[in-house]
Design a protein. Structure first.
Length: 286
């Protein structure tokens, strides 16, 4: 199991967004607990950008993007090729120039399709990468600007690599590496992030939805290692309130891996922590 060391504790915020740089680390921690309109579905962060996913029911889902200085860059609704409402995944990602990836699924029962919406720095939808029956849960840019996507269904592989212009380069991480059960990349909360020499992602081992693993591939798609993260959630057996949760992940420029956790000793009394996942565990035994 990966050993976790707490680096930073931040009180939970209500009705705002926070972006705090860790000096010299090249990573930004971001937190959002409220949405200005609609229902706040999820937040994620990448390369200093904060993404706030808004769900609007029978209308296309929307995304708000905050820049590294904490200002709102844009807020848009996402459109699909057939005009049906877009179901945004709960994470988004940014490239070094501010280009944003937003994985979506659309179509409805028995007719689901997937894709990656590519947004420029102004929030204009400049490209749509059609992933067909492969339904993306998360995506990220690698250092060479290639696009890595984790998802479900498709050809039995959990990860795909696309060129920056949307051409499929390869498929990796066979489903057969995991026990039967739930889709390993289909939890609804997917995380995939790139370092200078690897792609890391949180997936589920198949037999249960509360025991995620951290998987790392090299930039050619070869498996480098996999490690247990412990429970994603724990709760009070009497009140059933969540007392601990494991959230998003980010690499620093030198390959260190950080995660966001939340502890709630009492209802509505929560604190968020930025933690470092020990490199000795990740580069040693499983």
């Amino acid at each position: 199991m990966l050993r976790i060391r707490i680096l930073l504790s931040i009180a939970a915020l209500l009705g705002s967004a926070l972006a705090t740089d860790i000096s010299g680390s090249g990573v930004t921690y971001a937190l959002a607990n409220n949405c200005s309109q609609g229902g706040c579905r999820a937040f994620s962060f990448d390369k200093g950008y904060l993404f706030q996913i808004n769900e609007y029911g029978d209308k296309p889902d929307g995304i708000a993007v905050f820049d590294p200085k904490g200002g709102l860059a844009y807020q848009i609704n996402v459109t699909t090729p057939d005009g049906s409402p877009a179901n945004l995944a709960e994470t988004a990602a940014a490239d070094t120039d501010g280009t944003v990836l937003a994985p979506i699924s659309y179509g409805g029962m028995g007719h689901w399709s997937g894709g990656i919406v590519v947004l420029n720095q102004d929030g204009k939808q400049v490209r749509f990468i059609d992933t067909g029956r492969f339904l993306p849960e998360a995506a990220c840019f690698a250092p060479d600007h290639s696009i890595w996507v984790m998802g479900r269904r498709g050809n039995g592989k959990l990860v795909r690599k696309y060129s920056s212009d949307g051409k499929l380069i390869g498929s990796f991480l066979p489903r057969s590496l995991f026990p039967p059960g739930l889709p390993p990349a289909g939890s609804g909360v997917g995380w995939i992030r790139a370092s200078h020499d690897r792609i890391g992602m949180m997936v589920y081992p198949g037999e249960g939805s509360n025991n995620p693993e951290w998987i790392e591939l090299d930039l050619e798609g070869n498996l480098m290692g996999r490690w247990k993260l412990g429970p994603q959630f724990t709760g009070d057996p009497v009140t059933h309130n969540v007392t601990y949760s494991l959230g998003g992940f980010a690499f620093t420029s030198d390959g260190r891996l950080f995660a966001e956790t939340e502890t709630c000793p009492a209802l509505y009394h929560c604190s968020d922590q930025l933690v470092l996942l020990a490199a000795t565990a990740r580069h040693g035994r499983r």
